[in-house]
Design a protein around this ligand. Sequence first.
Ligand code: PEP
Ligand code: MN
Length: 348
Amino acid sequence: MLVVMQQSATADQIDGVCEAIQRLGFKPWPLPGETRTAIGLLGDDSGADWSHIEALPGVANVLLTSKPYRLASRDWKPEKTIVELAPGVRVGGDEVVVIAGPCSVESEAQIVETARAVRAAGATALRGGAFKPRSSPYSFQGLGKQGLEFLALARRETGLPIVTEAMDEAGAELVAEYADCIQLGARNMQNYSLLKFVGRLGKPVLLKRGMAATIADLLLSAEYILSEGNPNVILCERGVRTFDSATRNLFDLTAVPVVQKLSHLPIVADPSHGTGLRDKVTPMARASVAAGADGVMVEVHPTPDQAMSDGAQTLAPAQFTEMMRQLDLIAQAIDRRVARMPEVAAVA
Ligand code: PEP
Ligand code: MN
């Protein structure tokens, strides 16, 4: 339920509605807007008797929402959320943000070289895993804390904000010390205790869609983070499992406009994991921009064939540079722009 207050409602009237919601046994969640305040109600309100709330002073109307997620929905917050990764690097605004870097951080030289290359080509954020969720326990698991230190060095060298994955609570605390944005991977999208924990860390979160998650599941997972008081959530479409072995995943680009209608949260698309195939990454990155994605996340490595993970879907720097040129053209065609680093943040 959402209680929309009149434009002229006083602070006392808003408090009165909050108290009435509390008396019904629910948590009120005031949502101050530009023209009027609304008050949401957290909890399962399907059986609640809300009729008297409509008659309280200052109430304009009461909207019943059938959606299971609240804070993530457009009903609750019509205006788009913009998540700032660094001064001037905003996801969810007018510009398309490109986040690029290797699947895994492998060495200081590898991450610094990649950061320089992707920055020169126009990326505005650096990705790279220090904690890697691998399907096999025998595969490279990431450099851990040392990987985070290398990422921090790459940020000092280039000014690019860092997006890197956390797999568990202890790792998330460490990642929060180094990163500008904590990535929660497909395999952890429904790790609810981790979602709640990360919601309390106060850093932006990039939440990837689970391999068999519906869009409602994704938005409910975002709701866990939002309901802990962290509004800075970026969603990421990275493909879902399919019966077809022609590609690694089924890259669901329809999720972009669907999410944008249902939710105010920004959504970026990851054609690297979405396709699993290097030569399919650029076409599907183009399609992501055309679909209206708020950003694109792409894997790039100085020598993809020697990458310690996901080399088959990783672009070489020259391929990434060409992809950026094409994304500029696609963005232009739909009256958008691909973001570039603000000059103030340029250190290199
Ligand atoms: C990644 O971004 O490298 C990754 C492991 O992604 P996902 O969680 O989408 O598989
Ligand atoms: Mn990867």
